[in-house]
Design a protein around this ligand. Structure first.
Ligand SMILES: Nc1ncnc2c1ncn2[C@@H]1O[C@H](COP(=O)(O)OP(=O)(O)OP(=O)(O)O)[C@@H](O)[C@H]1O
Length: 441
């Protein structure tokens, strides 16, 4: 940032403080917003609230930023200090949750910490994956076994040799929308790729790191097709953890029937559920966009597997989300100006076990269908009413306790502050767990 930009920013902040100090009523405070994303679901929501748009170098109160801008704002070099009437939609180090390699690293550390403390959650048991006995976490086993390449190459080979029949999925850590992803079922394929990618596995010269994860090759299929779940989770604080789950998630279906044969291994229309991949397929239907609401999924599952099983699955999904957040909470910079809406990608296997595939810090706000647009508009509307105080003016001094009405389609997933205020927090947790399965209805 240039000297001049810094001075302008400093003035802007001083102006805002001045305005706040003289504020006698909400009417006198015109909220100004700034956004890097030209999305109607965002801008319409801001304008509906009577907010006015300003540039990022101006005096903003609410910034819906892309992660790059956010990095700039929080960088030490920028010298930027936010005032009490400014809020932004990312935590400074959200990548601890949203980067594929860091998510796995944090979950591994979380399990180890719990194990060291003798916590029952870290209980282990012998498991039989692909007929080879190994020890697995009983409860905290919700992320497919993953290694970071090139760093963990030797560990990966060791694991691979235990189950040479299994399939693995390679994903570049810094990309999204299915870019650069491929499946492998032979070590030789990985070695060939490494040679062709010019020393991709040489730690000193590797340009990009990858994660390699066990491929969930037994996904639950509906109509013979693979799908994943996109759920939205809003976090308003990491310490204490306050998280909300949006009840209107959806399933994203592949356009081509699932097929595990080797000949289809490179067919991404069979294996990757990303809309950005599927929309290029000849079978893509732009009316429904290959999507199903999570409510439809629940009804389908209740019909095919029964209510109890369905409730248990949704309870397990909520549980998985809570523990992924707890895993990163200690390392998150808990800046009170920040909130974040994460896009959780979950695959359900044919034993109805949910697996966490990825967490997105900037879930797509592009609408591929009319239903999509309505859903995303509502999502933003509800996010705003949860993160803002009742008068609608950004203020980080607010106690962050939204009213029941303000939640809209969000449901409280976890509020550690509230839980610790309960006389018996254990009883509170059990009460919470029991209701988890019902929160999607
Ligand atoms: N371990 C796995 N087992 C089975 N399928 C997987 C696995 N990991 C990823 N996939 C499939 O690949 C798709 C892309 O994976 P992922 O979401 O991790 O990558 P991405 O390119 O970063 O996508 P996004 O645009 O959501 O960020 C998933 O939506 C899922 O369908």
């Amino acid at each position: 940032m240039t000297q001049e930009q810094q001075t302008r920013k400093g003035n802007a902040i001083a102006n805002t403080y001045g305005r706040v100090n003289n504020l006698t009523s909400h009417e006198r405070f015109r909220v100004s917003f700034c956004t890097d994303l030209d999305k109607s679901v965002l801008v319409n929501n801001f304008e509906k609230r009577g907010w006015s748009q300003v540039g990022s170098d101006d005096d903003w109160n609410f910034y819906w930023a892309c992660v790059q801008s956010c990095r700039g704002i929080f960088s030490v070099d920028s010298g930027y200090r936010m005032n009490d009437n400014q809020m932004i939609n990312h935590f400074p180090n959200h990548y601890e949750l949203s980067r594929k390699d860091l998510l796995v690293k944090n979950i591994k550390r979380y399990r180890k910490d719990l194990e060291r403390d003798g916590n029952g959650l870290a209980e282990k048991a012998e498991s039989n994956w692909s007929n080879s006995a190994s020890t697995r976490y009983l409860h905290l086993d919700f992320v497919p076994i993953t290694f970071v390449l090139p760093a963990d190459y030797n560990m990966f080979v060791e694991e691979y040799r235990k189950n040479p029949q299994s399939t693995w999925i390679m994903k570049p850590c810094g990309k999204s929308q299915g870019a650069g992803i491929f499946l492998i079922n032979k070590l030789s394929k990985l070695k060939r790729w490494s040679r062709e990618a010019k020393n991709a596995f040489h730690p000193q010269i590797a340009k990009e790191s990858y994660v390699i994860s066990r491929y969930i090759d037994n996904p639950l299929l509906i109509g013979g097709k693979k799908f994943d779940l996109r759920l939205y989770v809003l976090v308003t604080s990491f310490r204490p953890l306050k998280a909300y789950l949006f009840k209107q998630g959806f399933c994203r279906f592949c356009t081509v029937k699932y097929d595990t044969s080797v000949t289809e291994l490179d067919n991404m229309y069979v294996h990757l559920t990303n809309v950005s991949v599927q929309k290029h397929g000849t079978e893509y239907n732009s009316l429904h966009g290959g999507k199903w609401s999570v409510q439809n999924l629940a009804l389908y599952l209740e019909g095919t597997h029964g209510k109890e099983v369905t409730d248990r699955l949704f309870g397990a999904i909520s549980w998985l989300i809570v523990h992924s957040l707890k895993a990163v909470a200690p390392v998150m910079a808990n800046d009170r100006h920040c909130f974040e809406c994460y896009g959780y990608d979950i695959i359900i296997d044919n034993k109805l076990k949910p697996w966490l595939v990825e967490v997105n810090a900037s879930p797509s706000l592009t609408s591929t269908t009319v239903t999509d647009r309505i859903l995303k508009y509502k999502l933003i509307d509800n996010i705003l009413s949860v993160v803002l105080p009742p008068d609608g003016v950004p203020d980080v001094r607010w106690n962050k306790i939204p009213s029941q009405d303000a939640l809209g389609n969000f449901e409280l997933l976890l509020d550690e502050e509230l839980a610790s205020q309960e006389d018996n927090s254990h009883a509170h947790h059990n009460k919470n767990s029991r209701s988890l399965g019902n929160r999607w209805k």
